[in-house]
Structures are given as structure tokens and as C-alpha cells.
Design a binder for this molecule. Structure first.
Ligand code: S3P
Length: 449
């Protein structure tokens, strides 16, 4: 009988994931379907709530983050059916018609929920809103959206000079701006564009490098006028806009596929096909980097799903080389850096990750947390102010590590454990449910041969 390599214990909703790979290894073979894209799921719920008429969403991510968005928009007056992957129905209330909730809106762990919603709330006059989140979210910087919204005339209050949640918002009629964002952030861009929906005139955001463009695509599909200028890396929304309910098909999340891409690339004997993965070019930096590292990945069955490109990705084990990850590539793989750091530990040579200081203000300080955990597992990692330097290959060894309640850290360390010698325990692994509720059962299935 095969020795089970994945076990877990729950104590007071806190999950300890225990991974002990067998000496023969545990190749990942066959096919896997991943959950819906988190970014697209949030936007489908939000635009559906702001639209007139009915929106249907197929393939919605049932993770904790979209659940937070759904709960907030229900409190704001949208009728959202029970969440399931097959079909969610949103009966929109129309732009301008948000209700003032009597309670505090809770964005949970979700930066996307809080930042995007802030643009919507700030532009709804004569209503007062309060918003909070969990411990992690209450420590994350909100000044990056509060500042441009304030320039548009928004009234927002919060701790530390109005930059930390809980936040209070008194909705206003706003003025359009042309905002030059100092960071390539889709959350900042989307917040301002959403505020522009209610604002008379053209609201433009330029960014130093292109971030994910799901908002631009979906706003257009819902009927808003959106102008994109690749030369200035800017997006403009023309307000006031009217949105009309749509059918949205959410592709699988490439950020979730990333764990299986790296797992199959580094575990000897693997040959895995990941089905229905969104391959929007603003998100495929992970594929570019893994190809550059020498990974054997092929795109099959390329198609379009309601305005977003999709493919099945087949990945086979093979040796990897180190590489440099920096500049305009960073926003195209910003959520994949923890798992790429795992790949780098077993790659031949040095991997240098630069220009990635944004990772310090994600759900955890992902540079510090990954460096510490991988060092504990025996990797050669040096932390830099804006990145990591990793020299490989090393034989990782099992260790006791902690997710720091960050979903992507929990899952990245679980993949590292597959190539480690000995047992790894990951504390607070329940965090994976933020973006991938079935991660552990899927890991169990794929490693059982
Ligand atoms: C997201 C944008 C990214 C990403 C996050 C989701 C989005 O954040 O890290 O997981 O849906 O817009 P930033 O825009 O802050 O880089």
C-alpha cells in the first residue's frame, strides 16, 4: 500500500498540514481542473451588482475572498444567489443606486474587495459607509487608493492619516482626474476606473507597467466606454456610464494553476495537464519565466471564454535553470513569486528576483516570509529590499513552517515539501481557502499516483 504523503490536523479551525514524500517521490500525473480566477470573480460580482438587469456568472471562485465581495454587495442592495460554481445570478441595482448599509462592510482578507469597492462607494453621493477587514487587511496600505480618490474630491477617513482600515467614506459627486500611478497595480487602476463610472467626464489612470486588465475588458463587456492606450499604458473610462447585466464565464485562475505548474516541473516523473486556465497576457509572466528556466510546458486547446483567452497547460518534469525576474514582468506574475522562489531552489544556478517590493505589502510580507521558510528548509536564499536571490540546486529538507495566514505562502510551501527530504509541517494551512478551497484534497489526489 502507498504511504499517504499528505495528512492534516485541525485544532480550533487552525490546520496543520503534514507532508512526508516517499523516497521514490510522488509524480503528479493526469489532469487537474483549477478553481475560477479570483480577480475576474470579484469583478463579475461587482459589475453585476452595479449593472441594470441580471448577470449570470459561470465558474465563480468559491473561495473566501469572493465570498467577502458577495457579502459586501448584498449589504449594498444587490441580490446575489447562493454562491456555487455552476451558476450564480446577480440582480443588479444600477450605478448610483447603492443602498447605505446599516452595518460595517467587511472585506475579510481581500485587498481587491476593499480597494475596488472604495472607488465605488466614494463616488455614491449622500451615503455613508464604513469598511473593515481582518488583521492582515487592516495593516495593508490604503493610501494608494485614498490619495487619488481624495484628489477626485472623495471624503475618506481612517487610521494613520486615512491610510489604514477601518475606513469611513462619505460618498460625493467626484471630479475626473488623470492619475499617474507610481505603482503598477490593477487594484489602484480598477479603483479609480470604478470611481470614474459615476463621474462626469474622462477618468484616466496611467501606470509605470501594465497590470492585469480584467477590469478594462469586463467594463467594456458590460457596456462602459473604456479607452486603452498601450503607448502611455493608460486606461480611461467615460462617465457617467450605464452597465448592463451580462453572462460572465470565469476561466481557471493561472495563479492557482501556478502551484501545479511548478510542482509538475520539479517533481521527477510528472506529466500533468491543467485544464481551462486563463492565459490573459497580463497574467502569463509565470509561463514566460518557466519557459525561460527550461520547463517543458505546452499550451493545448487555446480558445476564448467570454472575452478572456483560455488554454489547457501540459507540463512535464525536466531540469530547470535559474533566471532573472524583474521590471515590467513583475506585475505579470506578482502573485506567483512565492511559488517561483520554490522552483528557483531546485534550479541550476542563480535566480534573481528584483523590483518586487510590492510583495512586502501583500497578505503577508511575502519576501521575508518565503526567505525565512525556504532557508529553514535548507535553501540558499538571500533577501534583498526589493526581491530575493536564490542559488540552486539544493536538496530541500523538511521543516516546521508557517503560512502567516497567507494563502499563497501555504500552497507554495506545500509544493516545496514535495521535493524535500523528510517531513514538512505547515501551520495555518487553512489560509489556502482564500483562493483555492480544494487545494489540500487536490494535492492528496495528485500525489497518490
Ligand atoms: C489583483 C491585483 C494584484 C494582485 C491581487 C489581485 C486584482 O494586486 O496581487 O492578488 O484583482 O486586481 P495589486 O494590484 O495590488 O498588485
Amino acid at each position: 500500500m502507498l504511504h499517504p504523503i499528505v495528512t492534516s490536523e485541525f485544532v480550533n479551525a487552525r490546520q496543520r498540514l503534514i507532508l512526508s514524500p516517499t523516497a521514490e517521490g510522488c509524480p503528479l500525473v493526469g489532469r487537474v481542473r483549477i478553481p475560477g480566477d479570483k480577480s475576474i470573480s470579484h469583478r463579475a460580482l461587482m459589475l453585476g451588482a452595479l449593472a441594470e438587469g441580471e448577470t449570470t456568472i459561470e465558474g465563480l471562485l468559491l473561495g473566501e475572498d469572493p465570498r467577502s465581495t458577495a457579502a459586501c454587495f448584498r449589504a449594498l442592495g444587490a441580490e446575489i444567489s447562493e454562491l456555487n460554481t455552476d451558476r450564480v445570478t446577480v440582480r443588479g441595482i444600477g450605478i448610483g443606486n447603492l443602498q447605505e448599509p446599516i452595518g460595517v462592510l467587511d472585506a475579510g482578507n481581500s485587498g481587491t474587495t476593499l480597494r475596488l469597492m472604495l472607488g465605488i462607494l466614494a463616488s455614491h453621493p449622500d451615503r455613508f459607509f464604513t469598511i473593515t477587514g481582518d488583521d492582515s487587511l487592516r495593516s495593508r496600505p490604503m493610501g494608494r487608493v485614498v490619495k487619488p480618490l481624495t484628489t477626485m474630491g472623495a471624503q475618506i477617513w481612517g487610521r494613520r492619516d486615512n491610510t489604514l482600515a477601518p475606513l469611513a467614506v462619505r460618498g460625493q459627486a467626484l471630479q475626473p482626474i488623470h492619475y499617474q500611478s507610481p505603482i503598477a497595480s490593477a487594484q489602484v487602476k480598477s479603483c479609480i476606473l470604478l470611481a470614474g463610472l459615476m463621474t462626469e467626464g474622462q477618468t484616466t489612470v496611467s501606470e509605470p507597467a501594465l497590470s492585469r486588465d480584467h477590469s478594462e475588458r469586463m467594463l467594456r463587456a458590460f457596456g462602459a466606454e473604456v479607452i486603452v492606450d498601450p503607448d502611455t499604458i493608460s486606461a480611461t473610462v467615460v462617465g457617467p456610464a450605464k452597465l448592463h447585466g451580462q453572462r460572465v464565464i470565469v476561466p481557471g485562475d493561472i495563479s492557482s494553476a501556478a502551484f501545479w505548474l511548478v510542482a509538475a516541473a520539479i517533481v521527477p516523473g510528472s506529466d500533468l495537464t491543467i485544464e481551462n486556465v486563463g492565459i490573459n497576457p497580463t497574467r502569463t509572466g509565470i509561463l514566460d519565466v518557466l519557459h525561460q528556466m527550461g520547463a517543458n510546458i505546452t499550451l493545448e486547446n487555446e480558445r476564448d471564454a467570454a472575452g478572456e483567452p483560455v488554454a489547457d497547460l501540459r507540463v512535464r518534469y525536466g531540469p530547470l535553470n535559474g533566471c532573472e525576474i524583474s521590471g515590467a514582468l513583475i506585475p505579470r506574475l506578482v502573485d506567483e513569486i512565492p511559488i517561483l522562489a520554490v522552483a528557483a531552489t531546485v534550479a541550476q544556478g542563480k535566480t534573481v528576483i528584483r523590483d518586487a517590493e510590492e510583495l512586502r505589502v501583500k497578505e503577508s510580507d511575502r519576501l521575508a516570509v518565503m526567505a525565512a521558510a525556504l532557508q529553514k528548509m535548507g535553501a540558499q536564499v538571500t533577501e534583498q529590499p526589493d526581491g530575493l536571490e536564490i542559488t540552486g540546486p539544493v536538496q530541500l529538507r523538511g521543516a516546521d513552517v508557517d503560512s502567516h495566514t497567507d494563502h499563497r505562502i501555504a500552497m507554495s510551501l506545500a509544493i516545496a515539501a514535495l521535493v524535500a527530504q523528510g517531513t514538512t509541517t505547515i501551520d495555518r494551512a487553512e489560509a489556502a481557502a482564500i483562493s483555492y478551497p480544494d487545494f489540500v484534497p487536490t494535492l492528496e489526489r495528485l500525489t497518490q499516483g
